[in-house]
Design a protein around this ligand. Structure first.
Ligand code: ADP
Ligand code: MG
Length: 258
């Protein structure tokens, strides 16, 4: 049962090209220490640009830290996932901020691709069974032959959720998946995630939707300028740890780099 651990992790983005004047370095995240145990439901909140997406990409190994270590069960993630793409697919179900369904493929073909990445070549009947099962799970039976454009935005997000679940990964990482959805759709999605989490899957979800965070009362990690400034169990949107409020050393990262 995988535990995610970030030890003193920093990620900065180099400026694309040098301009005159001081070099400005975009901090993605800075000196983050974090442990997420199997089965937790974690909201990652914070203003736009505060580092939520960077944090999620560090957790899934998509982004490499410039400093520190990201570990799954005490093994460093980088080399573990470099070994194979299917290993990543078995460990993490991911949905990113922008929709990623392939428009020219049917829902069935989109999902079959995910099966191939996770399991390699499989008996087509088994592939169909897997697809049916996950589509049933997200309440979208019978849409295999449709194209993404024939579905609503909310339904497409559900298909992405189905795709994320196809290999039954122990960890789900979701980046602002409720943006652009109406209230009913958001509630349906959150109920679904709640059920999946109750069965033991870790859910790490970046969001702006304060009202849902406040109703669900799960662990809330608050980011500001790349740092974790709040980490509260059964938290609410905007909860900040007192301890963190006092300790806010100035960034020395940029100075070290130049
Ligand atoms: P959030 O998801 O909270 O909006 P991000 O993690 O996307 O925050 O961004 C954090 C900071 O890192 C921002 O200042 C952003 O401009 C910068 N950043 C993020 N991704 C990149 C990138 N690929 N290249 C350069 N800067 C980036
Ligand atoms: Mg983001």
């Amino acid at each position: 049962m995988p535990t995610i651990e970030l030890e003193n992790v920093s990620k900065f983005y180099k400026p694309k090209r040098r301009r005159k004047g001081p070099v400005h370095i975009d901090m993605g995240v800075e000196e983050v220490n974090l442990t997420i145990r199997q089965g937790e439901f974690v909201f990652v909140v914070g203003a736009s640009g505060s580092g939520k997406s960077t944090l999620l990409r560090l957790i899934t190994g998509e982004t490499k830290p410039n400093q520190g270590r990201v570990c799954i069960d005490e093994k460093e993630l980088g080399w573990m996932l470099k070994l194979s793409r299917n290993r990543a697919a078995m460990m993490f179900g991911k949905i990113w901020q922008d929709p990623t369904l392939i428009r020219k493929k049917t829902i069935g073909e989109n999902l079959a691709l995910a099966v191939k990445i996770a399991f390699g070549r499989e008996n087509p009947r088994l592939v169909d069974l897997r697809i049916k099962k996950v589509l049933g799970l997200v309440g979208l039976k019978g849409v295999e032959k449709k194209y993404p454009v024939e579905l609503s935005i909310g339904q497409c997000r559900r298909v992405e959720l189905a795709r994320a679940l196809i290999a039954s990964p122990p960890i789900l990482v979701l980046d602002e998946i409720t943006a652009n959805l109406d209230d009913d759709c958001i509630w349906d999605t959150l109920h679904l995630l709640n059920d999946i989490n109750r069965r033991g899957t870790t859910v790490v979800m970046a969001t702006h939707d304060s009202q849902y965070v406040n109703i669900l009362r799960r662990r809330v990690i608050t980011m500001s300028a790349g740092r974790i400034v709040g980490d509260v169990q059964k938290g609410k949107y905007g909860d900040v740890l007192e301890r963190e409020k006092r300790i806010s050393p100035p960034s020395k990262f940029g100075a070290d780099l130049i």
